[in-house]
Design a protein around this ligand. Structure first.
Ligand SMILES: Nc1nc2c(c(=O)[nH]1)N[C@H]1C(S)=C(S)[C@@H](COP(=O)(O)OP(=O)(O)OC[C@H]3O[C@@H](n4cnc5c(=O)[nH]c(N)nc54)[C@H](O)[C@@H]3O)O[C@H]1N2
Ligand SMILES: Nc1nc2c(c(=O)[nH]1)N[C@H]1C(S)=C(S)[C@@H](COP(=O)(O)OP(=O)(O)OC[C@H]3O[C@@H](n4cnc5c(=O)[nH]c(N)nc54)[C@H](O)[C@@H]3O)O[C@H]1N2
Ligand SMILES: [Mo]
Length: 654
């Protein structure tokens, strides 16, 4: 008889699904992962990755024991005992601290598992010793910085509100692939008569299914948003009463809009003036509305500026925070307590995650501890990243569930259990529901969780006593005040609770209003109004999420991420490339060979590829991806990658 365990998906994803996991207690195997139908947001269905979790958990690619590698990348492995592994990891760390100081130690983690214990509490060791860490700018940082400038904080509409909306705009957000539960809520709204709009340079899966699709050139969203607002002003569609009461600086905005006639907007964006007007009318007439601002749109040189501009439209339409971006700033969870940042005595060096490759290549670190992330695939400027990790003078420890690109570059490999093999609490960045994610099966092989490893390393080093606090006590302190309809004991008993959320009409800006004209920006050296950043000519390569993979994960189940690139028929003709032929993409960072898919789903001059593929030449796609941080918020600029394209001279038969 299968047993059912309640769990929560901890993957870096908008949806954070509440799950029911079927386990065979006799063989201790995961049989099936299903959605929990009782949850109003994440429902009874899972995405292709959730459905594949039993296979990924029991895959032959699991790391089951600690190993030492002789010679990286890819040198021979020697199995070692945990005790030996921990002794070595600790002694190398101590040696680095003594000889080079904490700045030479880099802890490199990200959201591979967003569990409060797995990802947050496990950072206490590193915060106690003052290790260098990154600024976590790879994904959403610039958008957060952008929304803070105008709204004081970046939270917005809650998922439950979507079905009640009359207009939903997916702006640079491919929800039909990247957030299928939010997408389902939007389809429900459509069932009740709502209009769905997509704004995306390419005909994405979401654009194909929406009622209206606007296709600006990549990186021109500021101009488009200004165009929409200009049309709203011209056609008297602005909610003047709301603007008067809740916003600051309308006159300044109107002055800027006077420079954005729709013919100029059309020239910059490529979107016909009548479509801009059409969207303006929808915003003016269909209320309530919400604009879902995707992380994808803000990954360009002016991405943060784009988020700023788009976020102002709903204010003119008279909506309190009429957008969704990321709701984590709405919760009161004390994350700085969990990670120990609050208690840390040493102020660590914080380096750019986006530009990390160059620092790695220069040999800035002597000891790197990596978990919950696969930097040898997912960081931009892969040549530099890999050169840096391969250096002989840096000791690399990787704590991972599966063999991947980064384990090739590890001197020491530690086996980690997946989320199905440990108990944790996961907090979503979209919805408010929390519950205990219970261990479904015993950890495979000798895999040990992040808190276990941290505590054993801590026992071998001089650390602050708070590193050794009982993790569940720490969780209680960090969470108790954040829960709305119960307390931590209810959570431990297995109840699903809601997080309290800050109110939508609260604006922690200097004026206490929505600052259309941002006084914070003025103070911090940014333009008070959003700026359309000039983009260079040439082919722009955009990359985004694929339905079957979470970043580099699930290739063990679904096979390699397709090494393809979409190319417009006009471009294909000019380059003499036929559908299915290999093309070489190159720039100052390196090159990658991909198979051309000739399609009108991208306009001329724009290329699209599923992110994180390995090219036909064996080079990672991220070889040609830009590692320049944005000026606003330091976020990634992946979708501003400029490449040259040519027919690849030979077909590699790997
Ligand atoms: N299946 C799946 N789902 C995921 C993930 C995954 O790996 N796989 N990852 C999760 C994570 S961490 C993230 S960050 C999100 C990402 O999910 P999204 O926020 O949807 O972002 P992306 O998939 O990067 O890109 C969304 C769209 O932005 C478009 N875009 C690119 N440049 C521009 C531009 O200049 N302007 C406009 N308007 N649009 C542009 C792209 O064409 C793409 O269709 O997905 C999450 N969900
Ligand atoms: N070209 C391009 N590159 C991109 C992007 C893009 O749009 N374009 N998007 C960027 C974005 S938005 C993001 S968020 C990053 C994501 O970058 P990463 O966070 O590096 O993404 P993943 O490939 O999902 O790597 C997560 C790793 O964590 C491991 N893991 C999972 N669960 C656990 C656990 O419980 N414990 C431990 N120890 N490990 C675990 C997985 O096996 C996997 O190897 O990629 C970025 N890279
Ligand atoms: Mo992300």
């Amino acid at each position: 008889m299968p047993m059912t365990v309640s769990s929560v998906c901890p993957r870096d994803c908008y949806d954070t699904c509440l799950l029911r996991v079927e386990v065979d207690p006799d063989t201790d195997r995961v049989l099936r992962v299903r959605g929990d139908p009782s949850n109003p947001v994440t429902r009874g269905f899972v995405c292709p990755r959730g459905a594949a979790d039993p296979r990924r958990t029991h895959s032959s690619r699991r790391i089951l024991y600690p190993y030492l590698r002789e010679g990286k990348p890819g040198g021979p492995l020697r199995r070692v005992l945990w005790r030996e592994a921990l002794d070595l990891a600790a002694s190398k760390l101590r040696e680095t601290l003594e000889l080079h100081g904490p700045e030479a130690v880099l802890v490199l983690e990200y959201a591979g598992n967003m569990g409060l214990l797995t990802w947050y509490f496990s950072r206490r060791l590193w915060n106690s010793i003052g290790a260098t860490r990154t600024d976590h700018t790879i994904c959403s940082a610039s958008g957060h910085a952008a929304l803070r400038l105008h709204y004081g904080s970046s939270y917005g509409v809650m998922p439950e509100e979507l079905p009640g909306m009359r207009l939903i705009v997916f702006w640079g957000f491919n929800a039909a692939v990247s957030a299928i539960h939010l997408w389902t809520l939007a389809l429900e709204a459509r069932g009740r008569g709502a209009t769905l709009v997509a704004v995306d340079p390419r005909r994405s899966e979401t654009a194909e299914k929406c009622d209206l699709w606007l296709a600006p050139r990549p990186g021109t969203d500021v101009a488009l948003a200004y165009g929409v607002m200009r049309a709203m002003v011209d056609e008297d569609l602005v909610d003047r009463e709301f603007v008067e009461k809740y916003t600051y600086g309308y006159e300044h905005l109107v002055e800027e809009l006077s420079k954005w006639g729709l013919d100029r907007v059309e020239r910059v964006t490529g979107v016909p003036a009548r479509e801009v007007r059409r969207l303006a009318r929808l915003y003016g007439e269909l209320k309530p509305s919400t604009t879902l601002i995707g992380f994808g749109m803000q990954k360009s040189l002016g991405g943060g500026e784009a988020v700023r501009a788009v976020s102002l439209i709903p204010a003119l339409a008279g909506m309190h925070r009429g957008f969704y971006y990321s709701n984590s700033p709405a919760w009161l969870v004390d994350k700085a307590y969990l990670t120990g940042e609050k208690m840390a005595r040493i102020k660590p060096l914080i380096v750019s995650q986006v530009a990390l490759g160059r620092l790695l290549a220069e040999g800035s670190f002597k000891y790197i501890y990596i978990y919950n992330t696969n930097p040898a695939a997912t960081l931009p400027n892969q040549r530099a990243v890999r050169r840096g990790l391969a250096r002989g003078d840096v000791f690399v420890v990787v704590h991972e569930t599966h063999w991947n690109e980064t384990t090739d570059y590890a001197d020491l490999i530690l086996p980690a259990p997946t989320y199905l093999e440990k108990t944790d609490v996961v907090v979503s960045y979209s919805h408010r529901y929390v519950r205990l994610s219970r261990r479904a099966i015993r950890p495979l092989g000798e895999s040990r969780d992040e808190v276990w490893v941290m505590r054993r390393l801590a026992a071998r080093l001089p650390v602050d006593p708070w590193v050794l606090e009982d993790p569940w006590e720490a969780l209680r302190k960090a969470l108790n005040e954040a829960l709305e309809d119960g307390d931590f004991d209810d959570l431990l008993e297995g109840r699903t609770l809601r997080l309290s959320a800050r109110s939508r009409d609260e604006y922690p800006t200097p004026t206490g209003k929505i600052e259309l004209y941002s006084t914070l920006a003025e103070r911090e050296g940014h333009n008070p109004l959003p700026v359309q950043v000039e983009e260079a000519d040439g082919f722009t390569l955009i990359t985004s999420a694929h339905a079957k993979y979470t970043h580099s994960q699930f290739q063990d189940v679904y096979g390699p991420i397709p090494p393809i690139v979409w190319l417009n028929p006009q471009d294909a003709e000019k380059l003499h490339v036929k559908d299915g032929e290999p093309v070489r993409l190159y720039n100052h960072l390196g090159e990658v060979v991909l198979k051309a898919v000739v399609t009108d789903r991208v306009p001329p001059g724009v290329l699209w590829a599923p992110r994180l593929a390995t090219g036909l030449d064996g080079n990672p796609l991220n070889t040609v991806i830009l590692d320049e941080p944005q000026r606003l918020g330091g976020g990634s600029t992946f979708n501003s990658a400029r490449v040259l394209v040519e027919k690849a001279p030979l077909i590699t038969d790997t």
